[in-house]
Ligand binder design. Structure first.
Ligand SMILES: Cc1ncc(COP(=O)(O)O)c(C=O)c1O
Length: 380
């Protein structure tokens, strides 16, 4: 018998779109993938080499539950140098991806009925984590007309005695919005004693202005980050969390019980990613930017509404109301009839109803072909 909690858990629509697209491909149909939030670049050779060397030299055992000291030092140095902080490696727990880090933080903070304030649209899995732990996601709707910015006054209005955290995600999936320093500061000030959970997995993938971390504005924060996006390492499953020192021991106990530690040889790859050459990262960011400009231009030409400039991550959340009120049905038709896989906005909350998320983590040739197919289908 499956538990009621699992029965209530909604599917991750984007994975279902991907699976249907793969089914169509197995039937011989050519599909352009603009649905999945996965870098199309291979992991850099020096990172692969580090994992391979670690494997062959016998680095195949459990590590410290918080992660290899050298990796934690590299993570602390990365944040300290980039954002002028004074983090200690003791404040870090290395996890098998950012997703387990999210789970650890929510497990550590939430009891029955506790609330987490988050934006809507949101990354599809956030409310599911919270609800699965008997917490309650409280949504602050962000608007396209304001570039999907989380307005401090909307956050204040939702704070009450049950609020256990304010969750932010910048650069944002699915909107591509990057929070400004002023916005980060306001949210930190409002939060006060309530911790901010900051999902910084798309950090580094910004195309205008400077990168920021919540830790520049408050130390009462849990930062989640990982190697999936910036280093094109989705399948490696490596992430980490940074927490105020007093939370580390309880979170470490959760890690020991539920996960033991992250993969040993993959942690060696993480060290190579952080301390090795960074030119490949710069090249990827520059390529994403070229694609970003191109896809925004083409989506506008086709007739999608984009009244803001998404300047981070690799997503555009485009208003599709011109074509249909039901963007779930529209994205199904775009997949089945035009051969382009895209993600329906509804995956990201009712605030994204009528929208479609396009990922530009694909080659410019494929994006061009995808846009041409969609244009032909919609404007036929
Ligand atoms: C906002 C956000 N957070 C977390 C994750 C999960 O990342 P990971 O591969 O590190 O588990 C994703 C993946 O798409 C994401 O978009």
């Amino acid at each position: 018998m499956i538990s009621d909690k699992v029965k209530r858990l909604p599917p991750f629509h984007v994975m279902e779109v991907l699976e249907r697209a793969q089914e169509l491909e197995s039937l011989g149909k050519n599909i352009i993938h603009l649905e999945i939030g996965e870098p199309d670049f291979p992991t850099a050779p020096h990172i692969c080499q580090a994992a391979s060397s670690a494997l062959w030299s016998g680095e195949t055992k459990y590590t410290h539950s918080q992660g290899l000291p050298k990796l934690r030092e590299a993570i602390a140095s990365y944040y300290n140098e980039k954002f002028k902080l004074e983090l200690s490696p003791q404040q870090i727990i290395v996890t098998s991806g950012t997703s387990p880090a999210l789970l650890l933080v929510f497990m550590g903070l939430l009891g029955r009925g506790d609330e987490v304030i988050m934006s809507n649209p949101y990354y599809a899995c956030y409310p599911n984590f919270v609800e699965y732990l008997d917490g309650k996601p409280v949504f602050v709707h962000t608007r396209e007309s304001c570039g999907f910015r989380m307005e401090p006054e909307d956050v204040v209005a939702e704070i009450n005695s049950k609020t256990k955290a304010i969750l932010i995600n910048s650069p944002c999936n699915p909107t591509g919005h990057v929070m400004s320093p002023g916005n980060l500061r306001s949210i930190s000030d409002i939060a006060g004693k309530i911790p901010v959970i900051s999902d910084e997995i798309y950090q580094g993938l910004i195309y205008r202005g400077k990168d920021h971390s919540i830790l520049e504005y408050t130390s009462n924060a849990f930062v989640l980050n990982g190697f999936s996006k910036l280093y094109a390492m989705t399948g490696w499953r490596l992430g980490y969390l940074i927490a105020p020192q007093e939370y580390i021991r309880p979170l470490q106990k959760l890690q020991q019980n539920f996960f033991i530690c992250a993969n040993s040889f993959v942690q060696h790859a993480g060290i190579a990613a952080l301390i090795g050459p960074q030119e490949h990262v710069k090249e990827m960011v520059s390529t994403y930017n070229t694609r970003r400009k191109f896809i925004i231009k083409r989506l506008k030409e086709i007739g999608f509404g984009i009244n803001y400039e998404p300047d981070g991550a690799y997503y555009v959340l485009a208003n599709a109301k011109e074509f249909s009120k039901d963007s779930l049905d529209l994205s199904r038709r775009i997949l089945e009839e035009a051969g382009v896989a895209v993600t329906p906005g509804i995956d990201f909350g009712d605030g994204a109803k009528g929208y479609i998320r396009f990922s530009y983590a694909n080659s410019i040739e494929n994006i061009r072909e995808g846009m041409d197919r969609i244009e032909k289908y919609l404007r036929g």
